[in-house]
Design a protein around this ligand. Structure first.
Ligand SMILES: Nc1nc2c(c(=O)[nH]1)N[C@H]1C(S)=C(S)[C@@H](COP(=O)(O)OP(=O)(O)OC[C@H]3O[C@@H](n4cnc5c(=O)[nH]c(N)nc54)[C@H](O)[C@@H]3O)O[C@H]1N2
Ligand SMILES: Nc1nc2c(c(=O)[nH]1)N[C@H]1C(S)=C(S)[C@@H](COP(=O)(O)OP(=O)(O)OC[C@H]3O[C@@H](n4cnc5c(=O)[nH]c(N)nc54)[C@H](O)[C@@H]3O)O[C@H]1N2
Ligand code: SF4
Ligand SMILES: [Mo]
Length: 779
């Protein structure tokens, strides 16, 4: 096994507060360096960190990658996925021709024939049932230009509200937590804040495995002079938690109670920046009253964390002068997701630690291009962070698109994907086009999802590079060009934009999603209000120009950001305007927040029950440029453990695999590092069942089961962990074991962000076989 597969974070380059993070260039080549003909600047698309990399090309193929030393994000470093994951591009089982289902079977077809089927079906469905029968489910892994094309086609052309991204499963809560507190999406801070901070507060986030280069940065601070203090909130003893000064090993689903207790302690000890709170926030009194009952003892009772540890964490937060908080799926995919994420914003706000160097909160992203799905309006918000309830915003969008404002559905918020599947189930959605996501493995309650797709009389189009579990269910499969085979821009979690230019040709007849979408718009004869073609672009750069123009005057303003600026740059952070042509490191440095009613992205919600505020309610509480401190009492999870299902299952990630493994399982080094599914149990939970390391166990929830070998780990007793990476496409013996974690999860979502709950499911376990009776590698 290659060393950087096991040596995940590479060599330490310690540094102190305010020093630049030292460069360290990581590289992996599969040919002799002398054979590399070109290095094409790009960035990694295997997580939201967005590490800058050069792609090595020889003989028309990608032959390796190298971190870009000049890139602000990674300063040359790459993690295991970045170094090895690109090899999937060359996999022999790439889709190279369109497939069309004939007599129940997917058969190769040419593009003309396949697109003719897609268009004929779209038009038939549209004619008979209207735009509400058409749906598009996209990704956090395409490029900005592609999302913008999708938003324009779906919202401006076809006129359907049913366009959402798998970002709903991923960063919907990031987006909504930012909107509810600050009035707009977009993480306020900069990765340089990690260089400057004295305290790191990491909540439901395991960067050691999921943003390995970001973690290398944190580790280098932790190994340098003036080590920052680290608080980790996670039920599991993760590689991140192992470095913590205080690890709050809470019960899954109790984030709000714990965060309320921390806020309670900050207020009790008067570790509040009163001037900041008075001048730049609204809602402090209500927050104070809401958190008042949450003493550390109360938190101990609800969260199962010793009261003394809660006090200690609060002391550290209270002593911090430069606090960086990060939040991810342990919060977003949990019960009370937005309510909890907002409490982390509140910690930074009451401490006045936002918009200053070394002080910020990262409502982290997960997927590499999730930020662009949100900016382009290819998910549950309108393009350019526009407010669907604001007629001026909608008129402006209609003008930019040259369509009637009534064409753009804005009588209700855009449909979220869980609702889309419900509409498919009830028969009102009849056409679904899935691009760059694999819902047959990644959505909750898979038995239900499979049934819906198979039974509902749905016409399913899937664009992917591989014949995924979802593609196998499709009526038409369109072979997609991947990263490095197409051109476009994308934005990471600290608003850094990179341009990734086509380095090699896609295999066979595979085409970029951009080209396919433009072809679809042409064939569908989508027109603007003057009868001209709705889309006039030819190249991604044309779309980029319109996209950035569309952002003008909005919080994500990129109107002065061109391909030329991006080409070869070390990453540029938006906003990028004529006044700030070099980009903007931090938002809200004047402590003025985009909460004015005319400007705000959404009037927001009651974060407890999800009730949507309208313009009048919002204006009645006009925050006038101040941030919101929104409070929420703790509520228990809706599926508590009981005698039948006494354990809590939580699902998530491992360092070597990305999602449903379509890329990482096709990288030999990564696949070898984690070839098979497993289930993590604590020794305490395993013992009564006589389960030892490696024994085959079965896990049951009320909705399904799965089986895999047990790995015993010292996590919080009562907590079972399963990675969600393993589906069915590469099973050694098809059908022998049910191994997708989402067989067990349930159909429930956060009331504000509508993000499904993947982190809490009541389960029971049983032993199936001894380790010695389980064939190695095949269980
Ligand atoms: N290696 C790898 N890296 C990735 C990805 C990948 O698939 N593989 N995917 C990328 C994407 S899209 C995403 S969204 C990110 C996700 O990145 P993370 O959010 O860091 O990853 P997860 O493993 O989903 O969840 C993080 C932690 O939440 C904890 N947790 C579970 N329940 C609770 C709870 O109730 N409260 C708290 N506080 N914590 C809880 C889990 O124990 C877990 O350690 O990773 C990105 N990076
Ligand atoms: N139980 C459980 N379930 C989860 C999660 C969890 O923690 N636990 N996490 C959730 C989260 S945060 C996420 S982000 C989702 C991820 O879930 P998915 O989006 O379903 O996962 P991926 O495997 O990344 O699927 C992306 C697909 O796009 C294809 N692809 C890649 N690039 C391109 C391209 O340029 N064009 C086209 N057309 N296709 C492309 C890939 O081959 C792959 O099949 O899973 C969610 N589901
Ligand atoms: S940290 Fe994320 S972006 Fe950077 S190399 Fe690893 S997977 Fe790629
Ligand atoms: Mo994600």
């Amino acid at each position: 096994m290659t060393s950087r597969v096991t040596d995940v974070w590479g060599e330490r380059t310690p540094y102190g507060p305010g020093d630049p993070w030292p460069e360290r260039v990581d590289q992996h080549l599969t040919v002799d360096a002398a054979r590399v003909e070109r290095w094409v600047p790009s960035a990694c698309v295997l997580c939201s960190n967005g590490c800058g990399m050069d792609v090595a090309v020889a003989d028309g193929r990608v032959v390796g990658v190298r971190g870009r030393a000049e890139d602000r994000v990674n300063r040359g470093r790459l993690g295991p996925k970045g170094l090895y994951g690109w090899q999937a591009n060359h996999s022999a089982d790439r889709l190279t021709r369109p497939l069309v289902r004939v007599d129940g079977e997917l058969r190769p077809a040419d593009w003309d024939a396949a697109m003719a089927v897609v268009v004929e079906r779209s038009q038939a469905v549209l004619d008979e049932y209207g735009p509400l029968s058409m749906a598009f489910y996209t990704s956090g892994q395409l490029f900005a230009e592609e999302y913008y094309a999708q938003a324009l086609i779906a919202r401006g052309g076809i006129g359907t509200p049913h366009l959402d991204g798998n970002t709903r499963l991923c960063t919907a809560t990031s987006e909504w937590a930012l909107v509810e507190s600050f009035g707009s999406d977009g993480d306020p801070g900069s990765y340089e804040d990690v260089d400057l901070c004295d305290t790191l507060f990491v909540v439901g986030h395991n960067p050691a495995e999921t943003q390995t280069v970001q973690w290398a940065r944190m580790l280098d601070r932790l190994h340098g002079v003036a080590r920052p203090r680290l608080i980790v909130v996670d039920p599991r003893v993760t590689a991140t938690a192992r470095q913590a000064d205080v690890h709050l090993r809470l019960k899954p689903g109790t984030n709000v109670a714990l965060l309320n207790a921390l806020l309670h302690e900050l207020i009790r000890a008067d570790r509040i920046d009163h001037a900041f709170v008075r001048d730049h926030t609204v809602g402090f009194e209500e927050l104070r009253e809401t958190v008042a009952p949450y003493t550390p003892e109360k938190a101990e009772e609800i969260c199962g964390v010793p009261a003394e540890q809660v006090r200690e964490a609060a002391r550290i937060l209270g002593d911090a002068e430069r606090l960086v908080s990060t939040v991810l799926q342990g919060v977003y995919q949990s019960h009370q997701a937005t309510a909890a994420a907002v409490q982390v914003n509140n910690v930074n706000l009451v401490r006045g630690m936002i918009g200053r160097p070394g002080c910020t909160v990262f409502q982290m992203n997960g997927q590499p291009t999730a930020q662009n799905t949100r900016e382009a309006g290819a998910n549950g918000t309108m393009p350019g962070f526009r407010n669907w309830q604001n007629d001026t915003h909608m008129a402006e969008l209609a003008r930019l698109w040259n369509v009637e404002p009534s064409r753009i559905p804005h009588w209700a918020p855009p449909t979220h994907v869980m609702e889309m599947f419900r509409y498919i189930e009830t028969g009102s959605i009849r056409f679904l086009w899935v691009t760059a996501t694999n819902p047959a493995v990644s959505l909750p309650e898979l038995r239900r999802i499979r049934r819906i797709v198979k039974e509902a009389g749905l016409f399913l189009v899937v664009s992917d590079a591989f014949l995924t579990e979802t593609a196998q269910l499709a009526d038409v499969v369109l072979p997609a060009a991947l990263w490095a085979e197409k051109t476009g821009c994308f934005t990471n979690a600290d608003r850094t934009v990179h341009l990734s230019e086509k380095a090699v040709e896609p295999p066979g007849e595979a085409r970029s999603d951009f080209d396919v979408l433009l072809d679809y718009a042409r064939r569908m004869d989508l027109r603007d209000r003057d009868g001209g073609p709705l889309i006039t672009w030819e190249r991604p750069e044309d779309a980029w120009r319109d996209f950035t123009e569309m952002t003008r005057g909005r919080p994500c303003d990129q109107s002065a950001l061109t391909y030329d600026t991006l080409r070869g740059s070390g990453g540029v952070q938006w906003p990028v305007t004529e006044e700030a042509p070099e980009g903007t490191a931090r938002l809200y440095t004047d402590h003025h927040f985009p909460t004015h009613p005319e400007h705000i992205e959404d009037y927001g919600h009651d974060i407890v029950n999800g009730a949507q505020y309208d313009a009048d309610t919002y204006r009645a509480h006009d925050a006038a440029g101040r941030a919101f401190l929104k409070a929420a009492p703790y509520q228990p999870p809706h599926e508590p453990v009981d005698d039948d299902y006494p354990l809590q299952l939580t699902t998530g990630r491992t360092v070597h695999h990305f999602h449903t493994r379509t890329k990482t399982a096709r990288s030999p080094e990564l696949q070898e590092a984690a070839p098979e599914m497993w289930i993590e149990l604590t020794p305490q939970d395993a013992e009564p069942h006589g389960i030892a390391d490696g024994d085959l166990v079965r896990v049951y929830s009320r909705r399904g089961e799965l089986s895999a070998p047990a790995v015993l780990r010292g996590n919080r007793p009562g907590v079972v962990f399963a990675p969600f990476h393993y589906g069915y496409w590469d099973e050694a013996e098809p059908g022998r074991h049910i191994r997708a974690a989402n067989e067990l999860t349930r159909t429930e979502w956060d009331p504000v962000s509508k993000q499904p709950l993947f982190k809490q499911t009541a389960v029971r376990i049983e032993k199936v076989a001894d380790a010695r009776d389980v064939a190695p590698g095949r269980y």
